[in-house]
Each structure stands twice: as structure tokens, then as C-alpha cells.
Design a protein around this ligand. Sequence first.
Ligand code: ASP
Length: 335
Amino acid sequence: MSITPVIAIHGGAGTILRASMNPKLEADYRRALQDVLRAGAALLAGGASALDAVTEAVRLLEECALFNAGKGAVYTDAGTHEMDACVMDGATLAAGAVAGVTRVRNPVLAARAVMAHSGHVLMIGPAAQEFVARHGVELVAPDWFATPERHAQWLRARQQAGTGSGAVLLDHDAASLAAPLDPDSKFGTVGAVALDAHGHLAAATSTGGVTNKRVGRVGDSPIVGAGCYANHLVAVSTTGTGEMFMRAVTAHDVCALMEYAGLSLQAATQRVIMDKLPHIGGRGGLIAVDAQGQVALPFNTEGMYRGYARVGGEPVCAIYGADNADPSTAMLGPS
Ligand code: ASP
């Protein structure tokens, strides 16, 4: 049986309301998602591995200031940027991750360097930066990640949710604090999952974290099994309230429900996102692709930037929950 490679991506979940979205911004988001999907699918069509496809898709999303990863990352409570990323190869279970990096232009490339060269899985802070720089990963000045829109979002979050540490916000929810939703807001932890022509799966996730987080806080995104996981059955990348996703070990939970309980991809992802996470107050979503090339993109928030592309097909993108009313996007979220 021949395999049709497929890639899926997300750009974060949260309070994303159609009524509050400015048409130009919405078009920008859709174009960005489509461009990244096309690039990822082209790599897969050319025989690239799932690992290389998800790494490149996430690198492109990091370069796009619309999303909360790399350029455009959200602010900590000290007005700085601390980024986390993870990559995992389902074929070998090799994984690499970085947390709390402040100068790595593309944290997903740092995660790849940790995976390839360190013999470890997770490295943090300045030592991680020095290590990956020795392996050719580009460092930039800490203010390279700043954008005026993110700064305004941070100030608004502090003002409206209470100043100081402890008032942390999902990026998209921070946007919703402005009434109506700030049309200039730029948000979204990013991730990619893929199945390649060899039947191998891979996942990658990258984030600036949650707005106004404490300096030193690390969420689920760089934690293997929580924010990112891939094995021979399924690849998963998550976005949402990281503390809950860590407690629920969300990405691996999808794998476990499929492997040990025999659930389908759709059943496993629905159980985790619509049942288990809400039970502990977890908000967000995930993207997943299984070894048969099925795709699931469920979320329990108002929206999630998301899409997928099969080699030989057109990219399919969606933002809001209501996008699922369109039969062509029936796979794109909660039913
Ligand atoms: N899960 C991320 C974190 O907790 C945030 C997000 O997905 O928007 O750092």
C-alpha cells in the first residue's frame, strides 16, 4: 500500500472570534498557514523525512511574527522573551528540546541540534544557547524578538489581569482582554506533525509561552510527552494552558489511548481534548497525524489556527470553531 505523505500545523489556540477579527489580519493568517503547509508538503513530495518537514514548517512559523514563537514571541513579567521548543522523530524516538532560550533565532533548530549532537534530550538557558551556537545555530540580540504589538498586548494583559507575576494568559486570551478583540494582536504557539513516504512520523512544537509568565517558567511545549510526542503510531503537537497539558501528559496520552486502549485517532484526541483536559481546567487543542495518514485537529477553545496538506492536494486551513460547518473542513476540529 502506497503512503500519501501529509503535514498538519497549528498556530495556537484560544479566544479567536470571527466577529472581532479584522479581514486583512484574517487573510494574513490564512495565507501564512497555507504558505507553510505548501512548503512542508513540497518537502515531503520531494522525499524529505517527516522530521525535516516538521522542523522546516516550525522554522517558517517562527519566522512569521504573526505567531507566538521566535520573532513575535510573547513577553515575560520582566518584559523579556524566553522561548521553548521540542522536536521528536517517531521512527527512532529520538528527541531534542530547549527551554528558556533568549537569543536563539529559531528555537526549533536549537532543539534539532540538541537532538543531533548533545546526547541529551533537554537543555536550558545560556548553556543551551552556547552549545547550539557551536553547532551552527544562529543567535540574535534579545530584542530581536520584540514587536510593538506584543508589547502593547503585554501592557494590556498586566493592566487588565492585574500587574505582576501570577497573572498569566494564553496568548489568544490575552488578545481577548481588549474589547473588542484587539485587531492588531499577534499570537500563537506553533507546531507541526507529519507522515512521510516511508511511513515515519515526527512532531515539533515551539513557543514564547504564555503572556506575562514568570521569568524561568517553562510550559508543556518543550516537554516530551506533554507538548510534543511522536512514535510509530502517531505524532502530536499541542497548544494551550501548559500547566494542565503537563499534568495530563497530553501528547503521550493520545499515543497511550491508541496503543493500549485501541482507540482510533479521532476517539483518542477527542477524549483528551474534550473530556480529560476540561476536567482539570485545561484549555487548548492539538494536531495529530497517525501512521495511516489520518489527521485530527481538535480544540476546546473558540478557535485554533490550524490546517493540513496532503502531497498532491491543496492545503486546508481553518481558524474558528464554526469553520467546521464547511464539510471540506470537517476534520478540522470539534464536532
Ligand atoms: N502551551 C504553551 C505554554 O504553556 C502556550 C500556548 O500553547 O499558547 O507555554
